[in-house]
Design a protein around this ligand. Structure first.
Ligand code: SAM
Length: 408
């Protein structure tokens, strides 16, 4: 069967339209390409590109075919940039909105300082990597173009951890974060801890200079503080706490948030995490940070107290889905940052929309919930000034953005 790819779906698959059978999904293809293959359900298997797109490039990574870590290595950077912007435009159009876009900023290759890898013991040793495409097998990735060299350098230590505490029947998840004290590793799915395993793991943390090891929820070794720099502050995040995936992405998001806010006196940082925005912003303005996870609020609070010369930072642990800040609590702020999880911030946006806060810097990792929340604000008199895509998930379908909303 021969089909022409019409568009990309949200998972990065090419989609061809067939009048008889409905949409046909063809992974690894681009709009405009003519593809030949065998129809299997709603997928075209063994696809051969008959007419390639001018946007097609040779994947920069030699693992691209086998590994499922990246979905868009076969597309040019310009195509990916345009596609990500188009996904946001489509989500906004669904709410009857349009926006002006600032130029997209993409993190460079080999910049992921935080990654979650899959691992398993095998007959001959240990396998660590990302899942292969649409499969539960793990693809090895020694020359990965995504991960920071510091994470790739941690692989021998990670292999030793899996050898010591993994089994051949269960897959482990390894979340690795590069910190000033060395890689901070959070393992789930490992063998149950007993005293022998605890000792083995603690020894491996020393040998491989990891900063901290957390094993199925328990911190089993702390060799050095897993510290991160945020502005002038030093933060020690709790194990597994949310963190922007690349340092460059974090800097681009912060730059856009500062650009959106302009000079301010006192702002509120909603869904503040460990203070990615709060701490650097407090060099210029007072910040009230609100976050649902008490361990993260505590880490932010400690960092704030140990950093001289910041404007006042206050923190609050609060579930902003159930108990959003009410209009009377928003009265004293001259600006707001809001950076919710993928579900968006429906309840908090409703009270923000009725506030008098002149400017909002909205950060989002989900164009659909962003568009829904933007519509709520716009319905109450806010204007969408601009949107900027910050692509810190290079070669993936993941989309991150900052937008400025203001009261005219
Ligand atoms: C996308 S992260 C942003 C964190 C921070 N702004 C940053 O850039 O590092 C979303 C944050 O919202 C927090 N969160 C999730 N659900 C929440 C809720 N219902 N109430 C308050 N905070 C919540 C998470 O713990 C996480 O820190």
């Amino acid at each position: 069967m021969i089909v022409t790819i019409d568009r990309l779906g949200h998972l990065g698959h090419g989609i061809a339209r067939d009048q008889d059978s409905g949409p046909i999904y063809v992974p690894g293809t681009l709009p405009g390409e003519v593809v030949e293959g065998t129809l299997d359900g709603d997928r075209l298997i063994d696809p051969k590109i008959v007419t390639p797109s001018p946007d097609r490039v040779k994947p920069p990574c030699r693992h691209a075919r086998a590994c499922g870590g990246c979905q868009l290595q076969h597309a040019s950077d310009a195509f990916v940039a345009q596609w990500k912007q188009h996904v946001i435009e489509t989500a906004l159009a669904g709410q009857g909105l349009t926006a002006e876009f600032l130029p997209l900023v993409t993190s460079p290759p080999n910049s992921r300082r935080r990654a979650t890898l899959s691992a398993r013991r095998t007959k001959s040793g240990v396998l660590i990597g990302f899942h292969a495409r649409a499969s539960d097998t793990i693809a090895e990735i020694p020359d990965c173009q995504l991960l920071h060299p510091g994470i790739l350098a941690a692989f021998p230590g990670l292999q030793a951890l899996v050898m010591a505490g993994g089994s051949r029947t269960t897959e482990l998840s390894l979340q690795v974060t590069l910190t000033r004290g060395g890689p901070d590793v959070v393992v789930s799915g490992g063998k149950a801890l007993d005293s022998a395993l605890r000792m083995d793991l603690a020894r491996l943390v020393e040998t491989h200079a990891f900063s901290r090891l957390t094993w199925d929820g328990e911190t089993v070794a702390l060799r050095d503080r897993p510290a991160l720099t945020m502005g002038q502050a030093t933060v020690v995040p709790p194990p597994g706490a949310f963190l922007q995936a690349t340092q460059e992405g974090e800097a681009a998001l912060l730059h856009a948030v500062k650009h959106a806010l302009g000079p301010q006196k006192r702002i509120v940082d909603l869904f503040s995490g460990v203070g990615t925005f709060t701490l650097p912003l407090a060099e210029k303005m007072e910040v009230h940070a609100v976050e649902g996870d008490p361990a993260m609020t505590k880490a932010l609070d400690l960092a704030a107290r140990n950093t001289p010369n910041l404007h006042r930072i206050s923190t609050e642990t609060r579930d902003l889905f159930r108990r959003p800040l009410e209009p009377d609590e928003l009265l004293t702020f001259t600006g707001a940052v809001i950076d919710p999880p993928r579900a968006g911030a429906e309840a908090q946006t409703q009270t923000l929309a009725t506030s008098k806060i002149p400017v909002i810097a909205a950060v989002s990792c989900n164009p659909v919930t962003f568009a829904r929340d933007a519509k709520t604000l716009i319905a109450q008199g806010y204007r969408l000034d601009w949107v900027q895509v910050v692509d810190q998930f290079r070669w993936s379908t993941h989309i991150e953005l900052v937008a400025r909303l203001s009261r005219p």
